[in-house]
Design a protein around this ligand. Structure first.
Ligand code: 3H9
Length: 706
């Protein structure tokens, strides 16, 4: 028997333990081991029933995701279906004992058992759609038979897990076991040992009528098309569940297998699997080992109670960390606190938080007007207006007010962390923590490493990001760091396109169809066009003369059109901030372009996407080569979590790999010829394209060299 599976007997009940750390994925050897264990318990006359339980922190997190890459690059295909039938056909009842998670293939395994018991804190789910695939081991066939079509469709297409309590109410879990799961499962197995063992695949009573199912499936397809726009797997999952409602089990499994394979070999799935591992990869910093000591962050403070500061204070409070919120005067502080209260009230209204939770969080936020209590905090995040002089004053104050060992972080989105750190006597304690707006919602946290930031401070911020519910990505200290540095060329091209004759809506529409959450011009209106305008003014002296710069947004700002907050920007907005095209804008831009001598032409959606997306990629390649991002995948994770880039394209760098770097490079060269120096190809892009390599391969080479 495989050493991943162990069988022990507790008198007449066999205990089959899956022990494949860290998450008992159904990798090579596991299925074979379970198969042999089932044979063994059926051979042993002393055994009346069996339980299957996971060693360590979880039951089974699913199929081994690493295996999928091997399958799509020509490796052997493993199917779990025969094993699941083998378990279900066991003459002796098999009870699945679930703690932690039974996800994907883990839940499919559990449904092949005759009974399921679980710890109350366990979760079950079919999250495969998050990887661009669908359940591939009869999950779409057994789940509707156990819990009904509506909930099965929701779980298979939506991918969200359900709690063991909910699963028990749905009939998926037969008993919740408080306390010792193993002992409870063994006792349960004894209770059912002499009863006929039910098989999920033979059940039909929850499958519903044709008319009921038609309505459920139509509505599920509408929800998936809207909420998971552009993703193919949810629709495939719904098709597979539909097969369960119309076909015998075996035929339904064949439909599922065909859809599973189509999804697995799709670019979407490859991209989403890249994202899955990428989200975990970014936590690994080559020169900061896992053992690096981290500092406790039990009390925090935020300086500046504006939109960002207030949002950051909420992030700490939501994680249970008491936080001081400082501003310069009573009026600013009152306004900040009232915004926080309003945000929380909205969350209660939308059902995201309970009133009790919110009341507790508000208790954790203490508004203050001075630095007196700052000596007690472990970490401060500065979130005052973007201006070097002001930031340096604040950091000099913090240096005086905070105890030695406290972390001094800046939420700057563009300014140099090293220069900010120079205002203190302890640059090793200074770091950037760049939250994205709205800070309490957006998952991304760029952690900006200053020249002197200590390893402990970096390790602490990386670990803290998890506690705060964020995904922390370490970046270097260059202008705009990684995300905004790339966003500059992206938005520059969007403006250039309008100045060359593309419609505002056409530009946004092309990028929304590409999969982005919002178009670049609408994003500008949302963030406030004046933000970029002010930054451009601050940095104008650094621009090389004679290089084309976009002007339309500056002109809009000069007219007081800052976007949503002034009701006009690229679009006009009603009182509910709903946009409509501005009928006067095209003529206005045409006049400005005529003055600047920019000829007007018809521009295709394809050119819009290539110009904007390849501008991201080209800048990303520079950042990578200059070492401001550790890996291409770090850039991808930043773009997916901070900029609404579609996850099913894997991020800008992965997308470029998928298109083919040679093709991307050729297009960049074309734009270089047409539009000049701003499009000079990044040397790394050129090198990889010429040697037939990808950014992903570049990452691997870097890792091997580290
Ligand atoms: C599937 O099942 C298809 C089926 O229908 C069958 C078809 C035939 N495989 O997340 P963590 C690694 S598809 C391989 O940091 P947590 C992970 O990379 C699968 N590796 O821990 C990490 O490695 P490292 C459907 C996996 O406690 C380490 O385990 N299932 C897998 O925060 C720890 O992971 C899913 O989509 C895996 N399946 O969260 C569930 N899972 O330390 C995916 C994890 O080297 N997994 N790893 O970076 C999860 O959702 C979370 O990992 C879980 C634990 C909630 C379980």
């Amino acid at each position: 028997m495989s050493n991943l599976i162990k069988v022990n007997n507790d008198n007449d009940v066999a205990i089959i333990t899956i022990d494949n750390p860290p998450v008992n994925a159904l990798g090579p050897g596991v299925a074979e081991g379970i198969w042999a264990a089932i044979d063994e318990i059926n051979r042993d006359p002393a055994v009346k029933a069996a339980i299957v339980i996971g060693a360590g922190r979880t039951f089974v997190a699913g199929a081994d995701i690493k295996e999928f890459g091997k399958m799509t690059s020509g490796g052997p295909r493993r199917s779990l279906l025969p094993l699941l039938l083998h378990i279900e056909d066991s003459a002796k009842p098999v009870v699945m004992a679930i703690h932690g998670q039974a996800f994907g293939g883990g839940l499919e395994l559990a449904m092949a058992g005759h009974y399921r018991v679980a710890s109350p804190a366990a979760q079950v789910g079919q999250p495969e759609v998050n990887l661009g695939i669908i359940p591939g081991a009869a999950g779409t066939q057994r789940l509707p038979r156990l819990i009904g079509v509506a909930k099965a469709v929701e779980m298979c297409a939506g991918g969200k897990p359900v709690s063991a309590r909910e699963a028990a109410a749905l009939g998926l879990i037969d008993r919740l076991i408080d306390g010792d799961l193993r002992a409870g499962a063994v006792a349960f197995a004894r209770e059912v040992a002499s009863k006929p063992a039910p098989r999920a695949r033979e059940r039909t009573e929850k499958l519903g009528t044709a008319a009921e199912n038609a309505a459920i499936l139509t509505s599920a397809r509408a929800v998936a098309s809207k909420k998971q726009r552009g993703l193919k797997a949810p629709l495939a999952a719904i098709d597979a569940v539909e097969a369960a409602t119309k076909l015998p089990f075996e035929e339904g499994c064949q439909v599922e297998a065909k859809l599973f394979t189509e999804c697995l070999f799709s670019d979407q799935s490859k991209a989403l699997i890249h994202v899955f591992f990428g989200e975990r990869e970014v936590a690994k910093i080559p020169d900061i080992p896992k053992e690096t000591p981290v500092l406790p962050v039990n009390r925090a403070a935020v300086v500046g109670s504006g939109t960002m500061g207030g949002g950051i204070a909420m992030v700490f409070a939501n994680a249970g960390i008491p936080v001081l919120l400082k501003d310069v005067d009573e009026a600013a502080l009152d306004l900040g606190m009232s915004k926080i209260r309003k945000n929380y009230a909205n969350s209660v209204q939308r059902g995201r938080f309970t009133q009790t939770f919110v009341d507790e969080r508000l208790q954790l936020i203490t508004p203050v007007l001075n630095y007196n209590a700052f000596s007690e905090v472990d970490m401060v995040v500065e979130a005052v207006f973007e201006g070097m002089t002001l930031k340096k004053t604040v950091f000099a104050d913090l240096d005086r007010a905070c105890r030695k060992g406290a972390i001094l972080a800046s939420n700057t989105s563009t300014l140099s962390i090293d220069e900010i750190a120079s205002a203190t006597s302890r640059p090793e304690a200074v770091i950037g923590t760049h939250f994205f707006s709205p800070a309490n919602v957006m998952r991304l946290l760029e952690i900006v490493r200053g020249k002197k930031s200590s390893k402990e401070v970096i390790a602490t911020c990386m670990q803290l990001s998890k506690k705060l519910g964020k995904i922390g990505v370490l970046v270097g200290n260059c202008r705009g760091f990684v995300g905004n540095r790339m966003f500059g060329p992206y938005r520059r091209e969007a403006q250039f396109l309008v100045e060359e004759g593309a419609g505002v809506e056409a530009v946004d529409q092309a990028l929304v169809e590409f999969g982005n959450a919002m178009g670049p011009l609408a994003t500008g209106d949302l963030a406030g066009l004046d933000v970029g305008w002010r930054i451009r003014k601050e940095y104008r002296h650094l621009e090389k003369p004679g290089i084309r710069q976009p002007f339309a947004e500056d002109r809009l700002c000069e007219m007081g059109r800052y976007g949503q907050k002034t009701v006009r920007g690229w679009y006009c907005y009603d009182e509910n901030r709903r946009p409509s095209p501005d009928p006067e804008l095209p003529a206005m831009v045409r006049n400005w372009s005529a003055e600047a001598g920019i000829p007007q032409r018809k521009i295709s959606a394809e050119e819009i996407v290539d110009r904007c997306i390849y501008a991201l990629v080209n800048e990303g390649a520079r950042i990578l080569e200059e070492g401001y991002a550790l890996r291409a995948v770090d850039i991808d994770i930043i773009y997916l979590n901070g900029y609404g880039f579609p996850a099913y394209r894997g991020g800008p760098m992965w997308h470029a790999d998928t298109v083919g770097l040679q093709k991307v490079y050729e297009r960049v060269c074309e734009f270089h010829q047409q539009h000049g120096e701003l499009w000079a190809p990044a040397p790394l892009l050129k090198r990889l394209a010429e040697t037939g390599k990808t950014f992903a391969e570049f990452d691997k080479e870097q890792l091997a060299a580290a």
